[in-house]
Design a protein around this ligand. Structure first.
Ligand SMILES: C[S@@+](CC[C@H](N)C(=O)[O-])C[C@H]1O[C@@H](n2cnc3c(N)ncnc32)[C@H](O)[C@@H]1O
Length: 459
């Protein structure tokens, strides 16, 4: 099969996560200038579109060259093998962008590239007109420091569009970002997970997809399936392989809660649509009510930021409650994404690590508190490390209930990032006992499914 130079695009800060995902899928990936480069054939294009969790799209790199002026851009674009990729009736709009380059008028750059591709096709097809009535091939010209990269998009709508979400909440995280946050945390499918500000449930749903090794793109289609040289059998085989790789065993519990009953209902619907409704425990509660008798879990969350005027005090109070509440989970790690500059001060503790990430256009920090390492089999249980929040100074007067004294230990042998293709873990005991709240008192009450975890449904 023909080999292509491929690029997986990623949002700022997630490039290395995408490279790691590609390596885990078996590709030799390298990061240059914010792009993750690798090589592959048609089957690899299908596999990566189906399996990459944190990448935005998969592009075919048609060519790359220095383009300090329009002459260089035009001539070198004409010389690329467009007729091998674009059929005579191809619809091929050209998008463009330019960063720190002499050719900065993007519409002119797009126009020049379009003309050059037509010129190239004219020579090969011996025609003067192209009606563009056929399949869609999205071309992009990207200029970075006078170097042009010409690509064809194989993805179509961005990879964050998993195809499972019909309705979204107020400030949903992109699915690709949620997957990236999970990969950047110490969470692993063998460790319990809680998102106490779940909103529409993106983090918990992505975690459940990882836990059950469900390919995130399994329920959607991709632009390159309609390419004239695409092979339906390849896509069919790759999808079948993904269905075969689903893990049905019960893994460490994933729990999601929010104080807004509408958000919880939305999250539950999203999880059901994603085929992981039974893999996540949903709850309607204030963050101050959070407690768990499980050990060595992770909280991965995206609390309110207070972006609007006058909301600062409110969110700072929430962060103080987080500080005192999380402090009770002595063996847990905490991973918090927020744009609010006063997070650490109010949470009551400096993060061990911070990473700049963008939630849409909003600059955020990902505050990471790793927590103690889970004991290896046969090893004594660790006491919480010095860094663990034994005591957090905060002026909140949260009414957090005491965590139950009985301790359920969850099999957690590893703190490596979540892996797409993993071994089945030992099933956890009955982890949900302590995470069931009663919402019946709320006007908009939600009924929680307290039945045992079922394997996710077939599709
Ligand atoms: C930024 S949104 C989370 C968005 C979510 N990551 C998603 O993908 O949809 C913050 C959420 O925190 C919830 N929230 C705010 N204050 C809370 C509190 N004190 N206790 C529990 N939830 C709270 C809000 O209802 C909102 O859904």
């Amino acid at each position: 099969m023909k080999q292509f130079d491929l690029i997986a695009t990623a949002t700022f800060g997630l490039e290395n996560v995408v490279a790691w995902e590609l390596k885990d899928l078996g590709y030799d990936a390298r990061v240059t200038d914010g792009r993750v480069m690798f090589r592959g054939d048609l089957r690899d294009i299908a596999r990566c579109n189906l399996w990459l969790r944190s990448a935005d799209r998969v592009l075919i790199r048609v060519g790359e060259f220095d383009a300090p002026d329009f002459g260089a851009l035009f001539d070198q674009t004409v010389d690329l093998p467009w007729a091998e990729l674009l059929p005579v009736d191809a619809k091929f709009p050209v998008k463009g962008r330019s960063v720190r380059s002499k050719l900065h008028a993007v519409p002119k750059v797009q126009g020049a590239v379009k003309k050059a591709i037509v010129e190239s096709l004219k020579k090969k097809y011996n025609r003067f007109r192209f009606d563009e009535t056929g399949s869609f091939y999205g071309i992009e010209v990207s200029l970075l420091k006078d170097r042009a990269t010409l690509t064809i998009d194989t993805t179509g709508p961005g990879l964050h569009k998993r195809g499972y979400r019909r309705v979204v909440g107020a400030a949903p995280l992109r699915e690709t970002m949620a997957a990236g946050l999970l990969h950047l945390s110490y969470w692993h499918p063998d460790r319990p997970l809680i998102d106490p500000f779940c909103g529409s449930g993106t983090i918990a749903i992505e975690a459940a997809l990882i836990s059950h090794n469900i390919a995130p793109g399994l329920s959607r289609s991709f632009a390159s399936e309609d390419f004239d040289w695409s092979d339906r059998n390849v896509w069919r085989d790759v999808r079948q392989e993904a269905r075969d790789l689903k893990l049905r065993d019960r893994r460490a519990p994933i729990m999601a809660s929010d104080h807004d009953p509408k958000a919880v209902r939305l999250a539950q619907n999203g999880a059901t649509d994603a085929g992981v409704g039974a893999a996540i425990r949903f709850n309607c509660q204030e963050v101050s009510e959070l407690s768990s008798n499980l050990e060595y879990g992770c909280i991965v969350t995206n609390p309110p930021y207070g972006e609007r005027l006058g909301e600062d005090e409110e969110v700072e109070a929430v962060y103080r409650v987080m500080g005192s509440t999380f402090a009770r989970l002595k063996t847990w790690g905490f991973f918090v994404l927020t744009s609010h500059k006063g997070f650490e001060r109010n949470f009551g503790r400096r993060a061990e690590r911070r990473r700049k990430l963008y939630n849409g256009r909003l600059e955020c920090q990902y505050y990471q508190y790793g927590g103690p390492r889970p004991p290896r089999p046969g090893e004594e249980q660790q006491t919480p490390s010095k860094e663990q929040p034994q005591q957090v100074t905060t002026d909140s007067n949260s009414a957090t209930p005491e965590a139950p004294s009985g301790v359920t230990s969850v099999s957690t042998n590893d703190v490596a990032p979540a892996v797409p293709v993993g071994q089945n873990p030992a099933p956890a005991g009955n982890p949900f006992e302590t995470f069931v709240a009663d919402c019946s008192a709320t006007p908009d009450s939600i009924s929680f499914d307290v039945s045992p975890l079922e394997p996710p449904s077939e599709e």
